[in-house]
Design a protein around this ligand. Structure first.
Ligand SMILES: NC(=O)c1ccc[n+]([C@@H]2O[C@H](COP(=O)([O-])OP(=O)(O)OC[C@H]3O[C@@H](n4cnc5c(N)ncnc54)[C@H](O)[C@@H]3O)[C@@H](O)[C@H]2O)c1
Length: 310
């Protein structure tokens, strides 16, 4: 397959791109490198890899790239509520309008696989897991822009959407703002954390399983298209406090407490049912404990050294 990945130099794309190359796909990444990042350098020796520097909103740029692809994975986005709040126009134009533009440029024979966030489920009902039929109630601009893009794609009947749980694990373009990555970083470096909304539950998924679910979607596209799929660890619908307990098993000195020091802009407090994606034969290969072990190792490499002599 010839795969076009917009935003492919980001946190997920930097793991997904080498994964797709390893399976024999030809991958073109379009990315404007908004964080000044330089991942994917190790892909450049591969003849099946192409990188285009540019903006995913530029239709003149998109047109020939979309035309040349069998499959398009639009990852480019301003990701997370704080980034979208800082640049509201950018959030709507990248997260929604650029995805709609891709959907209009491609033909029905070209596959689209789109990641959105399961934070659109917002405040869930106690003890009841959110399925793909549960109404979406996004609150932040990040949530609404992603949900609107997803709706447009699903209405065409010719796309797969993955409602990803909070992703964790190491990537060449590391993100420390994701819940598990953030908590393990604090546990390693500070040995302490103060939680707000400690009982709020979320679902989690390893970044390599995200790469694996995309290749599963490519391989099973005809049978899976036209529907959204929750993608998370059924073994990990955990509150923030339970997540900290899981980290404590690896770092016994780590302590945590709770105080009313903040509020989640997306009010994420829900448990998620992943039965639909599991019903397609897909299973995650990485559990939370494997991710915590990986992150502890990664944080021996990722250090904020620039403002200290030690
Ligand atoms: N990480 C998660 O937990 C998670 C969960 C659910 C959904 N997602 C979705 O997965 C996708 C990737 O997320 P990520 O975690 O890798 O984030 P990221 O911020 O690391 O990656 C986004 C990439 O998009 C690029 N980009 C932004 N604006 C662009 C533009 N106008 N033109 C071209 N490139 C542009 C950035 O340079 C970056 O490389 C996003 O669509 C996000 O909404 C992520």
């Amino acid at each position: 397959m010839k795969v076009l990945v917009t935003g492919g130099a980001g946190y997920i794309g930097s793991v997904l791109t080498p994964h797709l190359l390893s399976l024999g796909h030809k991958v073109t990444v379009l990315d404007s490198l908004i964080y000044g990042q330089a991942p994917l350098l190790d892909c450049c020796a591969d003849d099946s890899f192409e990188f285009v520097y540019g903006d995913a909103r530029d239709e003149r740029l998109l047109k020939p790239l979309v035309a040349a692809a069998d499959c398009i994975i639009p990852l480019a986005a301003l990701v997370g509520a704080p980034a979208c709040k800082r640049d509201a126009i950018g959030a709507v134009s990248v997260n929604r309008d650029a995805v709609v533009a891709i959907a209009k440029l491609r033909s029905a024979q070209q596959a689209v696989l789109f990641p959105t966030t399961n934070s659109g489920y917002g405040i869930g009902q106690d003890g009841i897991a959110c399925t793909e039929e549960t109404p979406l109630r996004p609150i932040s601009l990040y949530g609404t822009s992603k949900v609107e893009a997803e709706q447009f794609l699903l209405e065409s009947g010719e796309a797969i959407t993955f409602r990803l749980a909070t992703v964790f694990g190491a990537s060449q373009r590391m993100r420390l703002d994701l819940l598990v990555n953030d908590f393990v970083y604090r546990a390693v470096n500070d040995r302490a954390i103060v939680l707000f909304e400690a009982h709020f539950k979320r679902n989690y998924i390893h970044i390599r399983d995200v790469a694996r679910v995309f290749s599963h979607g490519i391989e099973n596209y005809e049978g899976m298209k036209g529907r959204p799929y929750n993608v998370g660890l059924s073994s990990a619908n955990l509150s923030k406090a339970e997540l900290c307990e899981a980290i404590q098993k690896h770092i016994p000195e780590f302590v945590f407490s709770e105080s009313q020091i903040g509020e989640d802009p997306d009010k994420r407090n829900y448990i998620v049912c992943n039965a639909r994606i599991e019903g397609t034969g897909w299973r995650p290969a990485f559990c939370l404990d494997m991710g915590i072990t990986e992150l502890i190792k990664a944080y021996r490499i990722v250090k904020q050294r620039q403002f200290g002599n030690f």
